[in-house]
Design a protein around this ligand. Structure first.
Ligand code: PFF
Length: 431
């Protein structure tokens, strides 16, 4: 139990649910399958798993320990332990969180919009779901409405605070998500050509591995575990001194990689059974699954499809709340703002920053073909993703490691970990 006046999680399980809720999100269910699909399937999966456990897990332990030791937001935490210049690293992490949430909220809005379209049922009249996805994401009004709704939900939960809002929501939403994934996997495996999908996903072709594959697996691992920008420094500041950081971080890491793994196992058999390409890109989940839901009897399709997109929204929501909590904690701690003021101002600001991303999927041509690199034209949202997550999150993780090893020092890390894990004391003192 964390009793400091900033609020805290009620128990170790509450923290694990919230941190796993932050980790599991669009990154696992929407992004992981399409990035894996574009990067060779099984070979990518293998590198991703290595990045998660060899690099991600230790960094997660480090972030949580820094947060619990300082009881502060990323800026405050770096400042307390490292002084003013290190505080800039924390500040940059907070800015990354703001920018990530700006586009994440837009994609969450797509998921919410699809949920509504499925419940209404008209979407099942469509024949070309790839074209539908393009038209849908180019429709400004729908996107505007659903992303406003999503931001309001996020803001409301963050306003409710740590225990009632964040922890309560995560404890219910996470197990439900697992359940629906399993149901869809079992269904997908019974379809014709499912085997090809499983092979694509599980039999690695090592000739597909190159530096770009490795780097995208690394970036994906950081994003998926919510690392490199201080979200877990912030959550770490709300846990109790006697909680075992290593076992909690391990549980979160296992949960997160399991959900990403299962999402791939769900999607590739479905993609192959529909005769679609696994390298469809960001539309993969939105396109492939709809064909499957349509092939079911109407009510079943509505029910399974509706549940899937609803759960995608839930998974996204437990991540958006952790993204919003980071700048909110900063404003509360450092600027002494009230929670309500911090939440309202940040939610509006981030929503506005997200508008160009929202318009970059067809609505405004200039933003949709914003620039060109790596051999393809990039949307504004692609550029935001490349700067603030693909490049910045691994960099943030790297800086945190340097910070812990050379500034804070390993014996302090070890002492912090050992509060909840007595036999750990004395380990990791080498530097
Ligand atoms: N981990 C989330 C996902 O996989 O969807 C995304 C995310 C949440 C990244 C929170 C960073 C963060 F701080």
């Amino acid at each position: 139990m964390n009793n400091n006046s900033r609020g805290g999680f009620s128990s170790k399980l509450g923290f694990i649910a919230a941190a796993a809720g932050s980790a599991v999100g669009l990154g696992n269910i929407w992004q992981f399958p399409y990035v894996a699909g574009q990067n060779g399937g099984a070979a990518f999966l293998l590198i991703y798993i290595l990045c998660i456990f060899l690099i991600g897990l230790p960094i997660m332990v480090g972030e949580i320990a820094v947060g619990r030791n300082t009881l502060a937001n990323p800026y405050g935490a770096y400042k307390k332990l490292g002084g003013k210049s290190w505080a800039l690293v924390g500040l940059f992490g907070i800015i990354c969180g703001v920018m990530i949430l700006s586009f994440y909220n837009v994609v969450s809005g797509w998921a919410l919009g699809y949920f509504i379209q499925i419940v209404k049922g008209d979407i099942f009249q469509e024949t070309d779901f790839s074209a539908y996805f393009k038209n849908y994401t180019a429709d400004f009004l729908d996107n505007l409405i659903y992303s406003i709704i999503f931001m309001l939900l996020t803001a409301f939960i963050v306003y409710k605070g740590i225990q009632k809002g964040i922890e309560g929501a995560s404890k219910v939403l996470m197990p439900t998500l697992f359940f629906i994934l399993i149901v869809l996997i079992i269904y997908g495996l019974t379809l014709p050509n499912a085997k090809e999908g499983v092979e694509f996903y599980l039999l690695p072709d090592f000739s597909l591995i190159n530096p770009a594959t490795i780097y995208s697996a690394l970036g994906q691992a950081f994003f998926s575990l919510s690392l490199g920008m201080g979200a877990l420094i912030t959550y770490g500041s709300y846990i109790g001194k006697n909680d075992n950081i290593i076992s909690s971080a391990t549980m979160v890491t296992i949960t997160d990689s399991l959900v990403a793994f299962l999402a791939g196992l769900m999607i590739f058999p479905l993609v192959f059974s529909q005769g679609q390409s696994p390298s469809e890109g960001p539309g993969l989940v939105f396109v492939a699954l709809l064909g499957v839901f349509k092939s079911m009897p109407v009510l079943v399709g509505k029910f399974v499809g509706g549940s899937f997109f609803l759960l995608l929204c839930f998974a996204a929501l437990t991540s958006t709340i952790s993204l919003l909590e980071v700048p909110v904690a900063y404003l509360i701690d450092e600027k002494k703002w009230s929670r309500i003021k911090a939440v309202s101002v940040m939610a509006i600001l981030i929503f506005l920053i997200g508008l160009p991303s929202m318009l970059s999927y067809g609505a405004v041509d200039f933003l949709s073909n914003f620039t060109f690199y790596e051999g393809s034209s990039k949307t504004f949202m692609d550029v935001v993703q490349d700067i603030f997550f693909v490049i910045s999150l691994p960099l943030g993780g790297f800086l945190l490691s340097i910070f812990i090893a050379y500034k804070w020092k390993m014996n302090n890390l070890s002492a912090e970990i050992s509060y909840g894990f007595k036999s750990y004391q004395g380990k990791g003192k080498r530097i």
